[in-house]
Write a protein that binds this ligand. Sequence first.
Ligand SMILES: CSC[C@@H](O)[C@@H](O)C(=O)COP(=O)(O)O
Ligand SMILES: [Zn+2]
Length: 203
Amino acid sequence: MIDPRDELIAAASYFYSQRWMVGTAGNLSARLPDGSFWITASGKSKGQLSWDDFVQIYPDGKLESANTDLKPSAETAIHQLIYRLFPKSQACYHVHSIEANLVSNFVTNEVVLLPPLEMLKGLGVWEENPICEMPIFRNHLEVSRIADDIQARFELNPPKIPALLIRNHGVTVWANSLEMARNYIELVEYIFCYMVNTRRIGI
Ligand SMILES: CSC[C@@H](O)[C@@H](O)C(=O)COP(=O)(O)O
Ligand SMILES: [Zn+2]
C-alpha cells in the first residue's frame, strides 16, 4: 500500500499555495486499512511538511509518532468523530480561508444556503436547482466541544454534503479517497468565493 503521507504533503502544499493553510492553519488526515489514521502534527507549517510531521492514531486512541515531542493536531477529535460517523471516509481535510470565514458570518443561524451552482454535483448533489445547506458550528476554544456539537447534530440530522463550516474558523470535508477530499476542498472554496463575490457586486 502507498503511504498516504506523500499525498497529504502534496495536498497541504497546494492548499498553502492557495492561502487556505497559511502558517500552521489547518490539518489533514488519511485512514489506513487497519482503521488507524495519519494526521498532521500540531503546529507544523503546512507549506513544508515532511513524513516526520505526522502522528498515527489508532482506533483505541493510542498514538505513534517519529518523535515523542510531536503532538497530534489540536483538532484530532473532529477527525476521529468524522471517521466514526462516516465509516467509509478515507480522508478528512480542514483548511482556513478568508472566504470561508466571511461566508460563516453571512448568517447567524446554524446553516448557510449555498447557491444552486453546477459545482454542487461535485459534492454529490445531483438535483436541478438544489436547495443545499452547509452546516455551521460555533467555534469553541475547547475543540472537544466543537466535536460534541457536530456529533449531536449529525446523529439526528446527517448533512447532505460531506462538509461543515466552523464559524470564524474554517471548513472541514471528508471523502472516500484522498483525491476526492482534495476536490471537495477546492469545490467548497470555489462556492465560498462565488458567494463572497456575489455580495461584493450586489447580486
Ligand atoms: C493558525 S492557528 C490554527 C489552529 O488553532 C487550528 O485551528 C488549526 O487548524 C491548526 O491546528 P493544528 O493543531 O496545527 O492542527
Ligand atoms: Zn482549524
